[in-house]
Write a protein that binds this ligand. Sequence first.
Ligand SMILES: *Cc1c(COP(=O)(O)O)cnc(C)c1O
Length: 381
Amino acid sequence: METPPRDLRFETKAIHAGQDPDPVYGAVNVPIYQTSTYAQPAVGQPKVWDYGRGGNPTREAFQQALAALEGGARCFAFASGLGASTTLLLTLQPGDHVLLSNDVYGGTYRLLTKVLSGWGLACDTVDLADPAALAAALRPTTRLVWLETPSNPLLKIVDIRAVAAAAHQAGARVVVDNTFATPALQRPLELGADVVLHSVTKYISGHSGLIGGAVITSDAALIERLGFLTNAVGAVPGPMDCYLALRGLKTLAVRMRAHCEGAAAVADFLAAHAKVTRVYYPGLPGHPGREIAADQMSDFGGMVSFEVATGAEALRIAERTRLFFLAESLGGVESLIEVPGPMTHASVAGSPLEVLDSLIRLSVGIEHPDDLIADLLQALG
Ligand SMILES: *Cc1c(COP(=O)(O)O)cnc(C)c1O
């Protein structure tokens, strides 16, 4: 009788899932299979894949590892987070409706309102933290409810279980963009979501070294359609990026512990600073989503936003930090600072997703928190 597979813990899966030593030489790192095609032993009988768009061993290892960490049956990797979103949205039909949380990633909003709307997909934004608003916004044609928690840049928390229950009752699937939390802190599929999406660019790869995306699901019908579309649409990542993403994934748990520790210290420091008028961090007492976050996440994440008196003051602070680099993006080992209004959120100015210009967003890296706080102290002046 076979012994049942041991239920390995998260940190162990990150090192071992999909990553057996190479059968020929025993290399402990999955090799970079830098190939576009595969020699076939006979016509129409490829060993595994016939062509590199359809699959690649390095990509496959990354996909298996990330699927294991999210607790999903399959993961599909893409060349960017938006490539992942586009391919996922192409599983829909003209006339279908997508419900977005009202502070969804600006690129997702732009994709739906400025690209896919022309192909017949309808979308609305709604405050998913408000059950009555969600119930009113669901339509008979709603196929997907799309949320981020914590959200960007206000770190709003949405109750994944509650949204999943309401969406499922209306016949819609739930997509959670888990880029901010990562599976180290939050596993949406275990909370009732149908699909998890990542910008691999951020915490999953973790070193600001590549652009990538991923979709994870256990839904058999969706797996079949996504398998077809991945190859048919072709927004796939190269083997080198998959190798780097997999290397990053191995240390996700330890990096997230350091990100969370640093962010909590930075949030406490900001909350006590006279020039800071408001701090957004789900772990702070008084944050409206703190209880739900504590329930569905194992820690509060590495992102912190805060407000100062004016937009001009926000710009001055963001240009004065030395350790926090002034840059868009997030989730790397190095700390970043940005002013969402004129930077990451410029494309949503005038839309329901517009943000205050006096808001600053921090991606707290894994440097020593004391050094980061000293840097913010001198920048706040
Ligand atoms: C960056 C980001 C995306 C888009 O991913 P790309 O890799 O930049 O295409 C989607 N969602 C969230 C929450 C993001 O931060």
